[in-house]
Design a protein around this ligand. Structure first.
Ligand code: SIN
Length: 528
């Protein structure tokens, strides 16, 4: 058993920014299921959006964010994101984050879809995430300890009050370990691994969402999944992201006949919002055509995009040919654990930051390069908040692990689950397919649940269980939202409906039962 003041689950940008902000007197433990350099954040290519150019203004960034997310946001939070984001990005550059500059030494700002001006700060061409993570790891103070290759499998709650007081982990040899702290922070990312085509790191399996839900927290906006239009597509599989920055630099989507597929589809053509581009690619592929990103007009491609060049070469795609085969795949979950502006959930002692959280900054479709920004802003906000509080490392009695829900070892076949999620809860959705998928998930429940305690499970068995729970909630939400908004298109409800604007579908476990409600004004009261 170990004790700390703050335990952070996950090691992406939000986690490291929080750890860098927390007071040096606090003992902080970061627990990550793989190694500290492996995360979705590390893989981010595009960059960090911030209104730092003289031609820009935070209100332009604010407007672009609202427009991309179809006005389903918490507008106060969006304002915080762009305002504090600008200051934080300026500060991190000043503190030594290496960023790309023009020959004259000005910041080189990139362009991405749905931005009205060039505002993407980037590093190493298309290796921004890796540079930011390395920078944040380098600046970590000595009060921060990182534990690698341990998977957090459950939250520990106090017997009487439900307050969150610790976590249970499993290591590679399935040995369990308990950690206790008065502050437990989920920074576990979203649910990319739920889909057969994804840009996400293989560790992103909805763990934080499932653990928060099982502990009694609220989850919302789970139907809003963003599909990135251009993942490298080789031999029927997606192999990684081909950044939107490539289209920002002049890349054009074509089919095998050289026809430009976005030409008459949207005024912003190849830089239209992601769901529109993804939908057009989907339609083109449904006609039996292949889709390519034509990069022949981009001067110095290999210099500007070294990560993508390397990835293509590893997959046998020659950059010299000027055509990169692409297909859409899951990229980002806009919904998550409901939190307030500092990351508090409705459970005392439990916080969430980054993609696992839903602050309302992304609405129903995240603006490109706003996710690294979110990690920096909300990591810092929570750090400042915790620094102002007193922390008592009193030892509270947790509920016994055997009182945690029993689960079956492999409630789902993960391969089948991913294919079904892609078909039913992908960019294109419709009622009958959603119902069939939901019935399939519910039948698994009847057949195989209630077998053994979570402690006896293998880590993969626990992942399957988490995916099953959250997959069900995502499918239910997708079915309930009878409109097309943001990241997806409902064929049976093709329009955005006024009656659905700002209406949130909220899931919460009440007395062991899954409960769904609708809410327009989600508020988490501070526990301070
Ligand atoms: C990209 O580089 O295309 C992805 C950036 C993002 O998702 O914000």
């Amino acid at each position: 058993m170990r004790k700390a003041d703050v335990i952070i689950v996950g090691s992406g940008i939000a986690a490291l920014q929080l750890a860098n902000t927390l007071n040096n007197q606090l003992h902080v433990i970061i627990i990550t299921k793989s190694n500290k350099e492996s995360s979705n954040s590390s893989m981010a290519q595009g960059g960090i959006s911030a209104a730092i150019s003289p031609q820009d203004h935070i209100m332009k960034h604010y407007q672009d964010t609202l427009e991309a997310g179809r006005w389903h946001h918490n507008e106060k939070e969006v304002h915080r994101l762009v305002k504090e984001g600008k200051e934080i990005v300026e500060d991190i550059i000043q503190k030594g984050l290496p960023v790309d500059r023009t020959e004259s030494g000005e910041l080189s700002l990139g362009m991405e879809g749905a931005h009205s001006v060039e505002r993407i700060v980037h590093s190493g061409g298309d290796a921004t995430g890796r540079f930011v993570i390395q920078h944040l790891l380098k600046t970590l103070p000595s009060n921060v300890e990182i534990i690698e290759n341990e998977t957090v499998i459950s939250l520990l709650q106090e017997q009487k009050s439900d307050r969150c007081i610790g976590v249970v982990t499993k290591n590679k040899r399935d040995r369990t370990m308990n950690y206790f702290a008065p502050n437990i922070v989920l920074a576990t990312g979203g649910a990319g691994r739920f889909y057969s085509f994804t840009s996400n790191h293989h560790t992103i399996s909805g763990d934080g969402l499932a653990m928060a839900y099982l502990a009694g927290a609220q989850l919302t906006d789970l139907e809003f999944v963003q599909f990135h239009p251009t993942l490298l597509f080789v031999n029927g599989e997606t192999k990684g992201l081909v950044s939107e920055a490539v289209r920002g630099a002049g890349g054009i989507l074509t089919n095998q006949f050289g026809q430009k597929i976005m030409r008459h589809k949207h005024p912003m053509k190849d830089l239209a919002p992601r769901h529109i581009v993804a939908h057009e690619i989907f339609k083109e592929r449904a006609k039996g055509n292949d889709v390519y990103l034509d990069i022949s007009s981009i001067v110095d491609f290999t210099k500007k995009f070294p990560t993508i060049t390397k990835m293509c070469e590893e997959q046998g795609i020659s950059i010299k040919d000027g055509l990169i085969p692409v297909a859409p795949g899951s990229h980002f979950l806009m919904g998550g654990v409901v939190v307030n502006s500092v990351g508090e959930t409705c459970i005392q002692g439990l916080y969430a930051i980054g993609e696992v959280a839903c602050t309302g900054v992304h609405g129903s479709n995240r603006l490109a390069s706003n996710s690294l920004l979110e990690g920096l802003v909300y990591g810092k906000r929570l750090g400042n908040y915790l620094n102002e509080r007193e922390h008592h490392r009193t030892f509270l009695i947790p509920k016994k692990l055997k009182d945690l829900p029993a689960i079956a070892d492999y409630p789902i076949n993960q391969h089948e689950f991913r294919l079904n999620m892609m078909k039913a809860v992908g960019v294109i959705r419709e009622k009958d397919r959603l119902i069939t998928h939901l019935n399939w998930l519910n039948d698994i429940n009847r057949e195989s649940l209630g077998k053994v305690s979570i402690e006896e499970k293998t880590v993969e068995g626990i992942h399957s269980y988490f995916m099953w729970i959250i997959g069900k909630l995502m499918t239910e939400s997708a079915l309930l939202r009878s409109e097309s908004r943001g990241g997806h298109i409902r064929l049976d409800h093709p329009d955005e409906k006024k009656s659905w604007c700002q209406k949130r579908i909220v899931h919460r476990k009440v007395n062991g039962e899954m409960k769904v409600t609708f809410d327009e004004q989600l508020k988490i009261k501070s526990h301070a």
